[in-house]
Ligand binder design. Sequence first.
Ligand SMILES: NC(=O)c1ccc[n+]([C@@H]2O[C@H](COP(=O)([O-])OP(=O)(O)OC[C@H]3O[C@@H](n4cnc5c(N)ncnc54)[C@H](O)[C@@H]3O)[C@@H](O)[C@H]2O)c1
Ligand SMILES: O=c1ccn([C@@H]2O[C@H](COP(=O)(O)OP(=O)(O)O[C@H]3O[C@H](CO)[C@@H](O)[C@H](O)[C@H]3O)[C@@H](O)[C@H]2O)c(=O)[nH]1
Length: 455
Amino acid sequence: MNICCIGAGYVGGPTMAMIALKCPDITVTVVDMNAGRIAAWNSDKLPIFEPGLDDVVKQARGRNLFFSTDVAGQIKKSDIIFVAVNTPTKTYGVGAGRAADLRYIESVARTIAEHAESGKIIVEKSTIPVKTADAIKAIVASNSKGHKFEVLSNPEFLAEGTAIQDLTAPDRVLIGGERTPGGEKAIEALASVYARWVPRDRIITTNLWSSELSKLVANAFLAQRISSINSISALCDATGADVDEVANAIGKDSRIGPKFLKASVGFGGSCFQKDILNLTYLCESFGLPEVAAYWNSVVGLNDWQKSRFAARIVKALFNTVADKKIAVLGFAFKKDTNDTRESAAINVCRDLLSEHAKVCVYDPKVPADEIKVDVLGKGVENARLSIAKDAYEACAGAHAIAIVTEWDEFKTLDYAKIYAGMPKPAFLFDGRNIVNLAALRQIGFTASGIGKPAV
Ligand SMILES: NC(=O)c1ccc[n+]([C@@H]2O[C@H](COP(=O)([O-])OP(=O)(O)OC[C@H]3O[C@@H](n4cnc5c(N)ncnc54)[C@H](O)[C@@H]3O)[C@@H](O)[C@H]2O)c1
Ligand SMILES: O=c1ccn([C@@H]2O[C@H](COP(=O)(O)OP(=O)(O)O[C@H]3O[C@H](CO)[C@@H](O)[C@H](O)[C@H]3O)[C@@H](O)[C@H]2O)c(=O)[nH]1
């Protein structure tokens, strides 16, 4: 069997590497039009940082895992074609700022139709609005030379930073397809690939629309939990309750469960906001404004939480941060990834810069150039924004430290040494509730967390 995956990003790369690892008899080729990215996949420095990924790629690459820019050639050869291209929020026209931009999906469908010389199974791996399979089917059917295509939905649920773990032992694999003989056969062909390492009872099959919708709904529910606990963090700040204690107390109820209840500076990442906006747009398109408003509030609360964190820093520093150095520790949207898409750090840095603070950022995995482009935009310079090579350099001479990403190394810094090098009073704002506030206060810091009592 030959499998190809169009799109060599955070999803295409790791998911295909795992299939290749677990199925040595299947040839898996990941293709992308971005030649630089493909070159990186073929090099010792992979384009994405993900714990355990290097090992998986090293074991399979060159054996039955390949990375190539030859999209047309691989379409011809493959029996199953995964589509893992980006589906960002639309920035123009109808639905701008909310609907999914499906131009990359459509372009791939057209490329498949143009180059396929036999029938194929096309698998939607990208996150897409419900009913996208209809559009793909219509395009491939109208442009192909009578070949039979089956379209399946197989959304990906991996989280960045734990992708290899998630792919090795997924909670479930979801496959949606048409309930026709051809559809059932295609579902079984894909299920049998996953069944090499995923127990059959974790492979769920549904109709196409349930599968497409379940992906958006899973992300909406996860993000909703974070916004819920973040809303409570504000009430904890106001009352002296401790949000971690509240989360622990409610999470012990098996109906609620303990996961995804960590209050934070706000959720980031390429998926949550994009997918909820996509869901709300869909709801409105289907005449359900009340449903749209409900889910919209999850994003609204998150925006508020991000701005609340920066506003709190300004307020604590006597209502002015102009020309004060603020150390921002962490820039990735979560630990163990170099991905910065929609990271709360971007908002925090921008808010502080707009108050004329001197912002000095340190992140263990995100390159300096990328931080600058994310905060300022391409080609824009601002002397107030600098990037440090380690946390100590970032904090030296800073009036305040803001922990924005929960990298483990921030838990064990020598805070007494850092404190000695800061003007007093020295402030620390923990946007992730990862450091021991009592110990920091003992050193002399004016330290605060999210939803944590002031003393
Ligand atoms: N990042 C995640 O953790 C995650 C998890 C689950 C689902 N998803 C979904 O998976 C999809 C991909 O996400 P990602 O983070 O991997 O995106 P990404 O931007 O990292 O990668 C997408 C790749 O597709 C390539 N591409 C676009 N159009 C192409 C074309 N016509 N031909 C060849 N290559 C093309 C781009 O060059 C890019 O390298 C999105 O729909 C996303 O919502 C992402
Ligand atoms: O209790 C929590 C859990 C997460 N976060 C934040 O939420 C964001 C998203 O985290 P996470 O969900 O772990 O990472 P993603 O890689 O964005 O993964 C989500 O989005 C993917 C893309 O759709 C899905 O595949 C995953 O199942 C889904 O968890 C990050 O900023 C986290 O710091 C919190 O603030 N508190």
